[in-house]
Write a protein that binds this ligand. Sequence first.
Ligand code: ADP
Ligand code: MG
Length: 603
Amino acid sequence: MGNDAHPPQTPPVVPTGAPAIDVGLPDRPVAPARLSRISIGIDLGTSNSCAAVVQDGRPRVIPSRDGYNTIPSMVALNQRNRVVVGRHAKGQLLFNPSRTVHGAKRLVGRAFDSSVVQSMLPHFPYDVVAGEDGFCAVRLGPLTLSMVQVQALVLREVKGVAENFLGEEVNRAVITVPAYYSEQQRAAVRRAGALAGLHVERILNEPTAASLAYAWGRNVKERVLVYDLGGGTFDASVLELADRVYQVISTGGDTFLGGVDFDDRIVAFLVREFEKLHGPYKWDAVARSRLADAAERAKCALSEQESFPVHLPYLATVDGKPTALDTTLTRAGLEALVAPLVERTVQTCARVLDDKGLEPRDVDEVILVGGQSRMPLVQERIRSFFGKAPSKAVHPDEAVAIGAALLAHSLNSAEGVVLIDVVPISIGVGLPGGGGRVKRVIERNTPLPVRKEYQLATTKDDQKTFDLWIFEGEGATVAECQYLGTIQLTGLPRGGKGSVRIAVAFELGEECLLAVRAREIGSGREVEVVFTTKGTPDEVKKRLEKEASYAAAGIERPPGAGAAPPGHDGPPASTGSREIPRPASPPEPATGLKGLWSRITGR
Ligand code: ADP
Ligand code: MG
């Protein structure tokens, strides 16, 4: 898998390590010299971020200097080439959309070449590019930032707001992520926290955080469903709460479904209304940005009222004349536009329940979080699906940060809580010669932490290396799954075909971060594991689909069971094989998940 095989459509790789404009972030994470007294909770949202703290035994949201409880999760390069974050960044969104990053949460920890990113590209008003590590980055004029850096800037802003409010240094935090976030996305958020100067005490799932806020100060014994519809993501999770134990039993979601998709439907409607009168029009970025802003305003207003006038003067130039958009959107009209999106969220709830053989009536309370859940249509559909009105016990914008603060506090106090999460997305290996089939190693909804072994045997005499392609997803084939990377087992001992057997252990810790270890079954000796994301997901997929000539792959067996399963060959082009079992300082892979790499090697 050489770099030379990159497909031609890949744009030039832009170095993100040395931007011409200093954004004041370290190149690599630096641990704080002294940990602060206080630890806060941070909800790092797609649209808005929020911080909270427990003071005198009570959780509270931390307000910003100008009195807002949330901070827009936006980063921009202003006209004087200075990086601005939060409300200042949002302030320039309308007139400078191509230099204002929002929705970074959807892109962080995603490979630029992945099909999901490629299909999203036309929707971003700013320039999304491939960072030097192959993950998404953004180009704002002369400045290129990795998405991890963008998230780090937002986190640093939140940290500053907290320090200003509390009057002391704050460098410890619990940060929340969607339950449905992949392992790579979690690792990226951890890294962003570290770049922002935070010691990340725990990555916490948002629905678990919302449940902590919900159950705080009450002795609940309930099965709840947390319905979190935010700006860019949707999560549905079923939890059982009892006596300080918060156990997620089923989770599902959509990292590409949220308020902005509702806005997009309204923009399309506004465009249709305008073009009905004036004919097809070529919209520029500023006009699109104004349309999106008007759409969001109308949408929020229609949660309170039945109709809303949309008036955008000088929106377009038709026949050389400045032309306005003038129309009215009604609540019923809005509901017709977005009903399919709401339906998708209800279907996800049904699937999440069905996964555990539950019926809607088996849920004691539905907890709504996320700004978009304020929409009356959402509340009505929840009521009709579950047969009961959703709970009003938590604040939709603040519950997640409050829950994170409660956990941060409990980690430092005697009265701890027990959180049990599950694997949100199945993890499997691609089978060479299997026609692109993926063999699942860890099923979704398995409680965390989990360790699963996968056994392999060599299929050639003196085979030195083995490559295993790791995927995430529920599909049966590589085309339907997300490529995570390749694990290469190297420095295998000499021996006849089939005589060398290796047990590969996949471990997902409490935070659902993946570590992989391998040992040779005969001697018990550890085998060096090199993780790389070299090669693009599509290349790997194509290759797996093509490699029908390889022998059948390993079959999962319980540890220590019987004879070796038939093994599989490493592909002939396999690179980086090493004779030394565990070098004192292993080389970093040329590209790849540095965070994951360090977890694998323990460095
Ligand atoms: P995130 O957690 O992803 O940052 P939020 O929970 O802050 O998102 O939700 C932001 C989304 O909620 C935006 O799309 C916003 O338009 C939408 N929203 C906020 N208030 C309302 C409202 N009153 N009615 C409908 N949608 C709303
Ligand atoms: Mg949120």
